[in-house]
Ligand binder design. Structure first.
Ligand SMILES: [Zn+2]
Length: 303
């Protein structure tokens, strides 16, 4: 790579990184743009599917709610929209900056087993569509659908397009934004939850960073690169919220010990006090905007 596709800088640093989630130790190389701080995987493997085995976390067990629990979830969301919080699940926070109605047409890119779509259906959302190229087959239910499809094959248009830690698995951020402008309805919104190189953990630990996740993460942005992408494609970046978690600390510490994520027991590796400190530190990092992941909210102009 000679020119950064985001900011056109020619100034890069190179970082060698190992596959650490499963501990295969296959080695890859990232380039970090020294201007916009985007990270690019230079040598993605030809067969990426091999790095998404059946025990990959987004294909975990699907939990359905019985009608009674479904009703409680519906009431809980209704109360939330009136400003009453009764042990709100984390996705209420993700949704709150968005302009949604029950009829908004919503797409979840890289939806895995569809758990979030199911939860949103209990909240009362009526048009829910998941896409994931790594699911076994299409799944069309009354409440939501999942299609075995790549993001670039989507032709329908949406009011909200969400990426919950899937954006970084796509090869070309410019093409992703180009496609977004095509499949977003006028006034439509985008929520991208993604790891960011603004994180202090990345700056301090480099190749041991838990969310570098070679070779699954093909592109990792910075708050700077997300602003540039929005500007370039006429999508207004109207909100950025850091939502990093304790895993940035225990995951990175685990990798520095040379242990893979799969097969490790975090409760055995770290004391209760250490884990409590990690949670506190993550909240602090988010306030300081140095956490290792963030939520980016974009809006397309009304026609
Ligand atoms: Zn750049």
């Amino acid at each position: 790579m000679t020119t950064c596709e985001i900011c056109q800088s020619n100034d890069f640093s190179s970082i060698e990184a190992k596959e650490r989630m499963f501990g295969t130790s296959d080695t890859f190389t990232y380039a970090e743009c020294n201007s916009c701080k985007s990270l690019f995987l230079l040598d993605p493997p030809a067969d990426l599917g091999k790095y998404y085995p059946s025990n990959y976390y987004s294909f975990g067990e699907f939990n359905s709610s019985n009608p009674f629990l479904g009703l409680l979830k519906k009431l809980r969301y209704k109360a939330f929209t009136y400003g009453i919080s009764i042990s709100p699940p984390v996705y209420f926070d993700w949704l709150s900056p968005l302009k949604l109605t029950k009829n908004s047409k919503i797409a979840d890119i890289g939806c895995g087993n569809g758990q979030l779509l199911a939860e949103l259906s209990y909240c009362g959302f009526k048009s829910l569509h998941g896409y994931d190229p790594f699911v076994e087959e299409n799944y069309i239910a009354k409440r939501f659908s999942i299609r075995k499809k790549d993001f670039f094959e989507i032709e329908e248009t949406y009011d909200l397009i969400m990426f919950h830690h899937s954006f970084e698995h796509l090869p070309n951020a410019i093409e992703v934004f180009e496609n977004l402008t095509k499949i977003l309805n006028p006034g439509g919104e985008v929520l991208i939850r993604v790891p960011v190189t603004d994180g202090q953990v990345w700056k301090e630990e480099k190749e041991y960073w838990f969310q570098l996740d070679a070779p699954r993460h093909l592109f990792i942005p910075n708050t700077k690169s997300m602003q540039i992408l929005g500007d370039k494609f006429g999508l207004e970046l109207f909100n950025t919220t850091f939502d990093s978690m304790d895993s940035q600390f225990w995951g990175t510490a685990l990798y520095k010990k040379g242990k893979p994520l799969m097969g490790s027991n975090i409760e055995e590796e770290f004391s209760k006090e250490e884990l409590a400190d990690f949670r506190k530190k993550a909240n602090h990092y988010n306030k300081e905007k140095i956490g290792d992941q963030a939520c980016f909210y974009f809006r397309k102009k009304e026609a």
